[in-house]
Design a protein around this ligand. Sequence first.
Ligand SMILES: NC(=O)c1ccc[n+]([C@@H]2O[C@H](COP(=O)([O-])OP(=O)(O)OC[C@H]3O[C@@H](n4cnc5c(N)ncnc54)[C@H](OP(=O)(O)O)[C@@H]3O)[C@@H](O)[C@H]2O)c1
Length: 326
Amino acid sequence: MRAVICDRLGDPSVLRIEERPIPRAGAGEVVVRVGAAAVNFPDVLMVAGGYQHKPALPFVPGLEGAGTIHEVGADVSDWRVGDRAIFGAKPGAFAEYVAVPARALTRAPAGWSHSEAAAFRVAAQTAYHALVHRAALKRREVLLVHGATGGVGLAAVQLGKHLGAQVIATGSDDAKLAVVKEQGADLTVNLREADFVAVSKGMTDGRGADVIYDPVGGEVLEKSVRAAAYGARLLVVGFTSGGPSKLMSNHILIKGLAVLGVRAGESTIRQSRTFADDYARDLPALAAQGVMRPHISHRFPLERVADALLALRDRKVVGKAVIEME
Ligand SMILES: NC(=O)c1ccc[n+]([C@@H]2O[C@H](COP(=O)([O-])OP(=O)(O)OC[C@H]3O[C@@H](n4cnc5c(N)ncnc54)[C@H](OP(=O)(O)O)[C@@H]3O)[C@@H](O)[C@H]2O)c1
């Protein structure tokens, strides 16, 4: 089988394709024949050596994908060869076959392509963990979503609308923001042209947003304090702008803010088991209802994996980019 190999750290051009034996399923594992894998911002960071999880070299990148079950290991009773599944990898998804623990699998939604199924898990779980578990978003609250043109941002727009919030979405490109509007945002703000603080205040009679979801960081998070209502919840999701922010503790105090870190992947490992139960119950239902369906703007064959990561890094993607094996 073909697999993408990262054997030195750097920009995506360091990646190359290698022939490897198809992995075998160990006890508690399945081997998936990968139909598609989705690209996430952490893939770019991991290949550059700048992500919190640093796999030993060489490694196969890719955090999520979907395909059909090729082999079932001992002690796995819920899956059969030929079943369609979504999988999480830690990493390893950018290959034609991958061995994963059976607990890392969920059923692929009926009627979805491998690419749609591949692009669902990370974004949906991040938005769900942030808005449901961390912020407990309520109907009629105002939700400000930054990075709304990206994977985890667009998922938050879809889920926020479903939960009954009024959604203000920010991004830096009108064409990309038109897609975010189609996906349900009440208002979109192009950061290059308009002031999201003024828009948030204008929409709320000067009160500000109740919940702010921020995968961008940097100045965007610092400025968000001014767009926040008294008592707002500020969700720290990521740092696509390049680095963490300096939040002033006096501003946090004066506005009575709750600053909430979001670690969706970690939430099933370190925190209550009920989080995993919630994902298992609610995410397939949200997919089946069509509430959270990935928008895919870019598709690449496996041999163009570097172009896929570069498209994401260079802010060309709206929603998700996928690598299609079939
Ligand atoms: N906390 C968690 O559990 C969790 C889970 C998954 C991902 N993440 C993190 O969430 C972030 C987003 O991941 P993703 O996969 O959704 O990435 P993505 O698809 O590339 O989206 C990133 C978004 O950030 C915006 N952006 C990029 N650079 C920017 C800049 N300099 N200033 C302002 N906006 C900028 C882009 O919008 P425009 O181009 O329109 O500005 C884009 O929509 C990453 O930091 C990732 O590590 C966190």
